[in-house]
Design a protein around this ligand. Sequence first.
Ligand SMILES: [Fe+2]
Length: 251
Amino acid sequence: MPGHDPQQPLPPIRVPAFPLQAHDGLLWLRPASSGAPLPPALALELEPAQRRFLWQAQWRGHVLEVMENFLDALHTHYVHAGWLRRDGQRRPTEVELQVAGDRVRVDYRGQPAQSGLVWRLFESARSGESAHFQLPGSTRLQYDYRNGARACVSLHFSPVDARNTRILATFHIHGRWAPRWAVRALLWPLLAHVGRQDAAILAAQQDNMDRFPGRRPARMHSDVLRPLLEDWWLHGRAPDPAHARELTLWL
Ligand SMILES: [Fe+2]
């Protein structure tokens, strides 16, 4: 307060202060004075030196729908047909869903190759593929390779309102030659195209939900993460270990 008489009491004006921490190119703020540590373990597990780029966007759709879109592997065959996978080449894949505390992990086993352009151009035989979710809004798709390399696409979600969601993303590569300029010049244009396909299908889905208010989307047993995401985003409930299971999906 410029010019304020130091002998006079300050007016009772306060600015709220919140815990804030910078990590790996992102600022983590919790709009409460106490709570879980920042940032989430899902972000802390990745080495900042391995980060290839940051990206941000705002997509139409409730945060629940946008998160499920990113974590769901089964839509990639037709929404990203040819780019990530092809619908005519689905095979039975062993899937395991694990729940531990505020984290959920889905492993897809037995798919060393993926039937799309991105895999053919940039990847090699995989030893594992997994999708991760940690409360409140962090996710990661992790690809492990037989040569010891690993690639991680992390998306952190923040609701703007009931129909729009903000996304902050990082892309990490560990254990293989992949300089940032090469990733940006060669891989990023393909990933950006895939992202636009997701944004378009989510916007179309939101249009349909607005057109038919009150109608609930159909749910199948293959929507493995949907119940957990609904528990958190619609009911404020932490992941229930009772959802853990093993099943076969055509991926
Ligand atoms: Fe997608």
